[in-house]
Design a protein around this ligand. Structure first.
Ligand SMILES: Cc1cc2nc3c(=O)[nH]c(=O)nc-3n(C[C@H](O)[C@H](O)[C@H](O)COP(=O)(O)OP(=O)(O)OC[C@H]3O[C@@H](n4cnc5c(N)ncnc54)[C@H](O)[C@@H]3O)c2cc1C
Length: 506
C-alpha cells in the first residue's frame, strides 16, 4: 500500500485526491491548514470555466493543454458530482479597429489549442447574444464552451466524493516540515504530529513555494497578484446573460462582467502585483474598485446603481515566474511532486492537472503501479436546495422532514433541514467543529442580500445546539474568529447585573 499525502485542500489538491481515489492500492491523505476545504485561492475568483483560446501554447504549453482538456472534463465532472454549473459561453468584446485584429489572433490560438465552436461574430449577432453589451462594441470572439460555477462548490463536491472512496482528511493541520531520509520522502511534520507518506503532492496554492523550500526545492517563488471584485444583490438590474470580457493584456484576461450561478452580477478582477510578504492581503481598495467600474462600463451599456452592490472582495493569484505552472516530480528528494503556481485558468485546468499528476508523474515518472478499484463510485449528490424545487416537491419535503418548513435564510430561502445536512456533511469530510462559513459555503445561507444580518444569529444557534457548545464558541471560520464575542461580553455583564440585583433583593 503506497501512502500519498496531498498538501492543500483547494481545487488542485481536491482534484488530485479524486483521481487518486480511483485506485485501491493507495492510502491517500489530504492535509489542509484551514478548518475546512476551499478557503485558499480557490475561494475568491471569477468562477469561469474558460474555453482555452487565451493561452499561448508557445509560451505556456501546460496552461494551454490543461485549460482545453479541463473544460471538457468539467462537463462530465460537474454532472457526476452534481455541482451547479451553467454554460452560457464567453464573449471577448472588440470596440476598436485594432481590437478586431486581436480577436483574429485569439481565434488562431483557439484553433491551435483545439477549442471547439470558437468563432468571430458580427455586431448583430453579438447584440442578440448579449443585449446589454456596450453600444460601441463592434464584434466579439464567441467561445460557446465557457461555463461558470461557484469554485468552492466544486471543491466540496470533489472532497465529499473522494472521502466516499477512501480519502483520509486532516483539516486544521498545518504542514511545517517535510520528512526526508536518504533523499527519499518519509512524510510530513504537521502541527498535529507526523503523517507518514511515500509520496507528497505539494498543492499548497499561494504557499506552494514555501512548502517546496521545506523539501529543499527553491527554484521558484510565488508572487501574490490581487484581483478585486464587485458583487451585486440578486435583484440588481440590468445584468448580463453571458460572460463578457475585453481583449486580454499580456498580464491578465481583464475585467469580466458575469453572473454567479445564483444569478448575482459580478464585476472584476483587477490584476495588481503585491510584494511577496503580502500573501494575506485580501483587502479591497478604492483605486482598484474604481478601475473595475470603469473597465466594466466599457463592456456593458448599463450597470445597476452602486447601492445595489452587496459586497466587494478580493482574491490573490499565486503568480509563478513567467506565468508557467510548476508541475513536476522530483528525484531529490524522491517522491516529492510540485503542483505550484496554479494561477488562472487553474480552476478550469484542475481536472486535467490531476490526471497529468497521477498518470504522468506518479505512475509515469515515479513508477508507482496503480491498481484500479472496480468499486470506485464516481457519483455524489449535492444538498437538495429547497429554493430550487417545485411547490409540489416542497410539500413532499416538509411532510418528510418538518425542518424543511423552517426557512432560516430568507434571502436565499435556505431551510433548517439544509443547514443540519451541511453540518453533517462538513463533519463527514473531517471538519471537527463546523463553522458559520462551513454552513455558508455549503448552503448559501448568509450569502444573500442581507449578507447574514438576519440569519447569522439563527444559524449560529443551530450550530451551537448541534455541536453542543455555547453560542459564543461558534466561530465564523475557526480559531480566532469567534462569533459574537463582543455581544457576549455585554450579555454576560447584563446577566451578572440582573443576578446581583435579584440576590440583593433576596
Ligand atoms: C482573482 C482571481 C480570479 C481567478 N479567476 C479564475 C477563473 O475565472 N477561472 C479559472 O479557471 N481560474 C481562475 N483563477 C485561478 C484559480 O482560482 C486558481 O488557479 C486556483 O484556485 C488555485 O487552486 P490551488 O488549489 O492551487 O490553491 P488554493 O485554493 O490556495 O489551495 C491551496 C490550499 O493549501 C493550503 N495550505 C497552504 N499552505 C499550507 C500548509 N503549510 N499546510 C497545509 N495546508 C496549506 C491553503 O490553506 C489552501 O487551502 C483566479 C484566481 C484569482 C485569484
Amino acid at each position: 500500500m503506497e501512502k500519498i499525502a496531498i498538501i492543500g485542500g483547494g481545487i488542485a489538491g481536491a482534484s488530485i485526491a479524486r483521481v487518486l481515489s480511483k485506485y485501491e492500492n493507495l492510502e491517500i491523505h489530504l492535509i489542509e491548514r484551514e478548518p475546512d476545504v476551499s478557503w485558499g485561492v480557490t475561494k475568491a475568483n471569477t468562477g469561469i470555466i474558460h474555453p482555452g483560446h487565451e493561452e499561448d501554447p508557445e509560451k505556456h504549453s501546460l496552461r494551454a493543454d490543461f485549460c482545453v482538456e479541463g473544460n471538457e472534463l468539467w462537463h462530465r465532472w460537474t454532472e457526476e458530482l452534481d455541482i451547479p454549473v451553467e454554460w452560457p459561453g464567453e464573449l471577448m468584446i472588440a470596440r476598436r479597429e485594432g481590437e478586431l485584429k486581436t480577436l483574429e489572433k485569439y481565434l488562431e490560438l483557439g484553433k491551435e489549442n483545439g477549442v471547439p465552436g470558437l468563432r468571430i461574430i458580427d455586431e448583430e449577432e453579438l447584440r442578440t447574444l448579449e443585449p446589454n453589451v456596450n453600444s460601441e462594441a463592434q464584434s466579439a470572439l464567441y467561445g460557446p464552451t465557457a461555463g461558470r460555477m461557484e469554485p468552492w462548490e466544486a471543491v466540496i463536491g470533489l472532497v465529499e466524493n473522494s472521502v466516499e472512496n477512501g480519502l483520509i482528511t486532516h483539516l486544521n493541520t498545518e504542514v511545517r516540515d517535510i520528512g526526508i531520509k536518504q533523499e527519499e520522502i518519509r512524510g510530513v511534520q504537521t502541527g498535529r504530529g507526523f503523517i507518514e507518506a511515500d509520496i507528497i503532492v505539494n498543492a499548497a496554492g499561494l504557499y506552494a513555494d514555501e512548502v517546496s523550500k521545506m523539501a529543499g526545492i527553491d527554484h521558484f517563488d510565488l508572487q501574490p497578484r490581487k484581483g478585486e471584485y464587485y458583487l451585486f444583490d440578486e435583484d440588481a438590474r440590468p445584468r448580463v446573460k453571458r460572460i463578457l470580457h475585453p481583449v486580454p493584456t499580456s498580464k491578465t484576461k481583464g475585467v469580466y462582467a458575469t453572473k454567479t450561478v445564483g444569478g448575482n452580477l459580478m464585476l472584476g478582477p483587477t490584476a495588481e502585483d503585491l510584494p511577496m510578504e503580502a500573501k494575506g492581503d485580501n483587502s479591497t481598495t478604492e483605486e482598484g474598485l474604481n478601475f473595475v467600474w470603469k473597465e466594466a462600463k466599457n463592456l456593458v451599456e448599463e450597470l445597476p446603481k452602486k447601492e445595489k452592490v452587496s459586497k466587494t472582495f478580493a482574491g490573490l493569484r499565486p503568480e509563478p515566474p513567467e506565468g508557467r505552472y510548476v508541475i513536476e516530480a522530483h528525484e531529490d528528494p524522491w517522491g516529492f511532486v510540485s503542483v505550484g503556481g496554479i494561477r488562472s485558468p487553474g480552476l478550469t485546468a484542475a481536472p486535467a492537472i490531476a490526471n497529468y499528476v497521477v498518470e504522468e508523474l506518479i505512475e509515469g515518472e515515479l513508477g508507482v503501479k496503480l491498481a484500479e478499484n472496480k468499486d470506485w463510485n464516481p457519483k455524489r449528490k449535492g444538498i437538495k436546495r429547497f429554493s430550487e424545487v417545485t411547490m409540489e416537491e416542497r410539500r413532499k419535503l416538509i411532510a418528510q422532514d418538518p425542518n424543511y418548513g423552517n426557512v432560516v435564510c430568507m434571502c436565499k430561502e435556505v431551510t433548517r433541514a439544509e443547514i443540519l445536512e451541511a453540518i453533517e456533511r462538513a463533519k463527514k469530510v473531517g471538519v471537527s467543529k463546523p463553522t458559520l462559513d462551513s454552513v455558508k459555503f455549503r448552503t448559501l445561507a448568509m450569502f444573500g442580500f442581507c449578507q447574514g444580518s438576519f440569519c447569522r444569529l439563527k444559524t449560529a444557534k443551530i450550530l451551537s445546539e448541534e455541536l453542543d457548545i455555547p453560542i459564543w464558541k461558534v466561530t465564523i471560520r475557526g480559531e480566532g474568529t469567534k462569533y459574537g464575542m463582543g455581544d457576549v461580553k455585554i450579555l454576560r455583564s447584563k446577566k451578572r447585573e440582573k443576578d446581583e440585583q435579584s440576590n440583593e433583593k433576596k
